[in-house]
Design a protein around this ligand. Structure first.
Ligand code: SF4
Length: 365
């Protein structure tokens, strides 16, 4: 509902809207071209129509729910859809929905780099950015203006900086996890300026004193759905001290963009400053190093691996995560979800038992 309301508010301003499938995409280009973006993570809950059945039962609920949602008209308020090249399932959906029914408006694609930095990779990303801008120009009737892109890069850099500050100093913020994630995930559909204002207000609450007293846990996974996982953690006496969700922490760059120069080059460079994410390939050892550093820096006492069932990119890294965290003696809880509306009683019990065990381990002499 909130996402649809955001689309209508933008329409009144004369802005087009693009619905965006997960995970990574260059939002700066859209902002620079006055195109509003609304992300589509599922949505969670039961599929909104029979079309989910057109995708194999062994594909993740994110794409199955997305097809049902699109085919039932859930995203009709949007003017186009973007399929980033996240995984085979989204690529399959990118063919299935426009070609075989489910989406009749323009379908855009964006290939992000899979792997490390280098001149060829930068050239590739730059070409993808130009191609995307050309497709958006067909939608808006106006070409990309580079000064507007430079402005958009600065705006999103401020958003990223605040998101990074809030996440890295999470224990010093007097907000519960449910509120915090509501704030962070509103960035999936709010206009960037509105999201920035909300983040700035929240960041003013970051104090010098530790505000979180619960059991600090790190979470790595795809998307914090169902959101009741946050309530269950809180009632078990824990909080998320470090976030490595693809939807949240993995979209905060590790360093700010360079000042000046060609904005398309700056944006292409940003793709290589992001935390390691299995949906973008890359070196698994580098990712394990990153996760361990995040875990230690946040003083987390346990790790929850929370992924979507049948998610190949995330599953690919799970054995390495298990090995790495076993080696450092970190307790680990593995959870698989299917975009349910809420956690089952069985999963809640497992979470409670895990928090109790971690807490007992912390207090043991
Ligand atoms: S959950 Fe995994 S498999 Fe499904 S769309 Fe996302 S990345 Fe692809």
């Amino acid at each position: 509902m909130m996402r649809t309301a955001a689309i209508y508010a933008e329409r009144k301003l004369g802005h087009k809207t693009v619905a965006v499938l997960p995970v990574h995409y260059p939002r700066e280009i859209f902002t620079a071209m006055d195109v509003h973006t609304v992300e589509l993570w599922g949505p969670p809950g039961p599929p909104r129509g029979p079309d989910a059945g057109r995708i194999q039962a062994y594909a993740c609920a994110v794409v199955r729910n997305a097809l049902a949602f699109l085919a039932s008209g859930g995203a009709d308020a949007a003017d186009a859809i973007l399929f980033p090249h996240t995984c085979d399932s989204i690529q399959g959906l990118a063919t299935l929905a426009p070609d075989f029914g489910g989406w009749g408006k323009p379908a855009l694609r964006y290939l992000h780099p899979k792997g490390g930095d280098g001149p060829a990779a930068r050239t590739f990303v730059r070409a993808e950015l130009v191609h995307l801008a050309d497709r958006l120009a067909e939608l808006t009737g106006r070409p990309l203006a580079l000064p507007r892109l430079a402005e958009a890069i600065r705006l999103h850099a401020r958003i990223d900086r605040l998101r990074g500050e809030i996440l890295s100093r999470r224990a010093f913020l007097g907000m519960d996890d449910r509120e915090l994630y509501r704030l962070l995930r509103r960035g999936e559909f709010l206009a960037p300026g509105d999201h920035l204002a909300e983040l700035a207000a929240a960041a003013r609450g970051l104090g010098g004193e530790r505000a979180q007293r619960g059991v600090p846990l790190m979470v790595t996974g795809y998307v914090p759905e169902p959101a009741t996982i946050l309530d269950s953690l809180a009632s078990a006496g824990a909080f998320v001290a470090a976030d490595d969700y693809a939807a949240v922490g993995r979209r905060v760059p590790l360093s700010p963009p360079a000042d000046g120069g060609d904005p398309l080059d700056t944006l292409a460079a940003k793709a290589f400053t992001m935390p390691p994410c299995p949906t973008r390939g890359g070196d698994q050892d580098v990712r394990m190093e990153y996760l361990e550093t995040l875990y230690r820096r946040s003083e987390s006492a346990g790790l929850i691996v929370h992924i979507q069932k049948f998610c190949e990119p995330e599953l690919f890294d799970v054995p390495a995560i298990r090995r790495r965290f076993a080696r450092i003696g970190a307790p680990l809880l593995y959870l698989e979800g299917e975009m349910e509306a809420s956690l089952s009683g069985q999963v809640v019990t497992r979470l409670e038992a895990f928090v109790e065990m971690v807490d007992a381990g912390r207090k043991a002499p």
